[in-house]
Design a protein around this ligand. Sequence first.
Ligand SMILES: [Zn+2]
Length: 329
Amino acid sequence: MASNSKTCIYLLILLTALLLLLQGCSFTGSGQEGNAPIQTTADDNKGNIDIRERKTDVKVRTDTASNIPSGNTGSPGTNGTDKPKDENPKGQTTPAPALTPSPIPTGAANAAKPKKTVPILYYHSINDNITGIEELFVSPSEFEKQMNFLKKNNYNIITFDQLDKAASIENPVIITLDDGYEDNYFNAYPILKKNNFKATIFLCSDFIDKPSILKTTQIKEMTDLINFQGHSISHPDLRTLSRDEIEKELFVSKEIIEGITGQKVDVFAYPTGYYNNTVLEITRKYYKYAVLNGGGLYTEGDGNYETRRVYIPRNLDIQGFEKKIKGLK
Ligand SMILES: [Zn+2]
């Protein structure tokens, strides 16, 4: 009997142990599948929490990321900053931090502070007599329509000396024309005058008085409305020049233009939009701003030496023009 009861006890202990073992197994088993939604606080389940955080992360990031391009292509002016961001190399790096866990504050900060944007319109020739690359020749009738559009829609035409105050100006726009074509005097200037619009013309000092380029007398006459600024001496690719040559292109042209107009020359347009670090460094020495060949809306915080502009080519209808100045295209 005694041995029987002992066996019984052993059997009981064995059974209990087996039961406990089995329970343990099934617990961990179900845990693996069902834990994530249930265990909200479990420290021992970091993997799941991580995954969930990542999911949230990705979701937020995706929203943020998709907001940037969609603002460009479609979603109308929630803020004009969308477009520049897309074109800004810094903006393009924003998806990269998706792996780091701080998307919400960044997004919130961006949403809270929409940056002021300014369309800096960028023209060349205003002429129907096309003697070069067609898109550089905007029809005078189209130019007039565009100026009328700005007038009718209460845009305020400003110049670069007001750019740092643009945040306090309603609907600011800057008008620029590159290379100093003589048709700027015959075709653009009368239209600007009619609207009392100021504009900036970027001149190459060596080109002045050459055929189809503005003459000294015309330049002097236009200074009531036109602000003349620097575009180098001879329109070279500045990246290919020595330091001394770059200095000369930037400084001598500035002196010559100031000599003709009596206006301060402190804005520079990189010839063909080309620059590198040396060019940037020297430009900083002589100029307050330097403009690019396009890139979209100027956006507060862009940096004075990579000032974006809105390129206006020939054959842009007024709807296209409106989209461009609103940063929608
Ligand atoms: Zn040019």
